[in-house]
Design a protein around this ligand. Structure first.
Ligand code: HEC
Length: 105
């Protein structure tokens, strides 16, 4: 019983961590395509509905960085995206909202 409990406790963290490693110097668009578009869609509109829509996110850059590195309730964590790559990725996500706004006009 104790063992089962331990397994149940460890499972989410194992499933939820991505070991994705961006190439050094990769730009935001490239990292997004490789690691994020599968869930969040090419233009950040989300593939599976509202939760995945980044284009309307009102999060600040620092909050986004936290979500990316620590994961969310359903989103895996990307601890290997750091520094310059993380800055570029967040800037790219923030630019997605503008792209969508222009498209809608
Ligand atoms: C397995 C699917 C999946 C992948 C891959 C994924 N996400 Fe997410 N993401 C989610 C889900 C689901 C949420 C909703 C919040 C939650 O999980 O708690 C979310 C939420 C977010 C949010 C918060 C938006 C808001 O306003 O609340 C950001 C920012 C984000 N993701 C960025 C990224 C980035 C950047 C990547 C690539 C490095 C990525 N995600 C990869 C599923 C994913």
């Amino acid at each position: 019983m104790k063992k089962l409990l331990l397994v149940l406790m460890l499972m989410p963290t194992v499933l939820m961590a991505s070991d994705y490693q961006p190439a050094a110097g990769a730009n935001g668009a490239q990292i997004y395509r490789e690691a994020c578009a599968a869930c969040h869609g090419d233009d950040g509109m989300g593939k599976f509905g509202l939760f995945f829509d980044l284009s309307t996110s009102v999060m600040l850059a620092d909050e986004m960085k936290k979500v990316i590195q620590q994961g969310g309730m359903m989103m895996p964590s990307f601890a290997n995206i750091n520094g310059k790559e993380l800055d570029g990725l967040v800037a790219y996500i923030q630019s997605l909202g503008d792209v969508v706004a222009v498209k809608e006009k």
